[in-house]
Design a protein around this ligand. Structure first.
Ligand SMILES: Nc1nc2c(ncn2[C@@H]2O[C@H](COP(=O)(O)OP(=O)(O)OP(=O)(O)O)[C@@H](O)[C@H]2O)c(=O)[nH]1
Ligand SMILES: [Mg+2]
Length: 355
């Protein structure tokens, strides 16, 4: 289950931090009579009785006329996309209505509050506007109990020391829950893994960086997918991404492509988003590539001909879907790392993607 992201907005000095502390039942955020006490968004993972595991975000809000006011408001706006629910504290500020409208446009379920309302009452109303949780398997209907599934997981210099990355752990756990028989190997051992089996596996799931090599080693009748495509389906929208991948074919010299990464890991020389995808794109056309990492996602998407989003292993479904909506509204095609790689390596047919 993903944590519920709750973000509190309201005018400067209206009582946002007081409200946050009330909801949290503890002192998360500094309260003072001095306007502009909260500067950068304050985030904390907490357990809220009645809601469960949440991430509660206090913001600087709006209406701060000091030198940094506009920057603080920009940071507050960036807290809208990851929010599953917004609490808008109304205080009679002239911008209250504008923010109610912003939240509505972003399609974030919103609870309005006023000073002095009890935490219990606000929490009850938050629970009332939460969207129903879709609890679906990453592996969907690709596998069933008893199926052998081969997982190809390169452990190269990009892999973290001593552990597996989250999508691999999630898929592995899910296969165990679904009573499948997972067989893990590095790409170099795929041949041996396959020949150790009495029958072909029901599915091969690979890291998308080695799609091509894996595809060449497995029988054409064995279904093939990638960790990143499984995640893309669960967190984003595969149809939108497949449609977006078509735009790769029509990229022209001078076009701009936005690579959006949800995490802010240290860039590595073999980095997929910063190196591999741009290099493959540039084999097609002399495009320029911008990178947006973490919460940083451009307000204005109009300069871009294509957006390629990471697998979003650390980002919530809400954040990814908010970005997809923004891209669609701006008329900019959006796709995903795994699907872009499949398309760039000319093996999208193998994945059942019609481009
Ligand atoms: N009486 C009363 N005072 C409140 C209430 N909520 C906030 N205050 C007071 O209002 C002042 C501002 O409260 P904060 O919670 O820091 O407000 P904020 O919106 O987080 O302020 P900034 O971070 O500066 O934007 C403090 O002096 C609080 O004690 C309330 O419900 N009742
Ligand atoms: Mg505050």
């Amino acid at each position: 289950m993903e944590r519920i992201h709750i973000a509190v907005f309201g005018a400067v000095n209206s009582g946002k931090s007081t409200l946050v502390n009330k909801i949290a039942g503890q002192e998360l955020s500094l309260v003072s009579g001095q306007p502009g006490t909260t500067t950068d968004p304050v985030r904390k993972a907490i357990e809220i009785p009645g809601l469960g595991p949440c991430v509660l975000t206090d913001t600087a809000g709006y209406g701060d006329s000091s030198a940094l006011g506009a920057e603080r408001e920009r940071m507050s706006r960036a807290a809208i996309d990851p929010a599953d629910v917004a609490v808008l504290l109304l205080s009679g500020h002239p911008d209250d209505a504008k923010w109610a409208e912003l939240l509505k446009e972003a399609e974030v379920p919103t609870v309005t509050a006023t000073r002095g309302e009890s935490a219990e009452s606000i929490i009850r109303r938050i629970a009332g506007v939460l969207p129903e949780e879709e609890n679906k398997y990453l592996t969907g209907d690709l596998v069933k109990s008893g199926d052998t599934v081969v997982l190809v997981m390169p452990q190269d210099s990009e892999a973290p020391k001593g552990r597996l990355i989250l999508p691999q752990v999630q898929v592995l756990r899910e296969l165990l829950d679904r009573e499948c028989l997972p067989l893990c190997c590095v790409p170099e051992k795929l041949g041996e893994a396959l020949s150790s089996l009495k029958t072909d596996p029901a599915l091969v799931i690979t890291d998308s960086q080695v799609f091509k090599a894996v595809n060449e080693k497995i029988p054409p009748t064995v279904p093939l997918t990638s960790f990143s495509i499984l995640l893309a389906g669960a967190k984003g929208d595969l149809n939108v991404y497949f449609e977006g991948a078509r735009a790769i074919g029509s990229l022209k010299d001078g076009d701009r492509v936005l690579i959006a990464e949800a995490c802010t890991h240290v860039p590595d020389t073999e980095d997929i988003g910063r190196v591999k995808i741009p290099a493959l794109l540039r084999k097609r056309a002399a495009v320029s590539v911008d990178i947006a990492a973490g919460n940083d996602f451009p307000e204005d998407l109009s300069p871009y001909s294509l957006i390629i989003h990471c697998g979003a292993c650390v980002a919530s479904r809400t954040l990814v879907r908010a970005r997809i909506r923004k891209a669609l509204r701006a008329g900019v095609p959006i796709t995903n790392y795994g699907i872009a790689l499949a398309s760039l390596q000319g093996i999208s047919e193998r994945l059942g993607i019609k481009l």
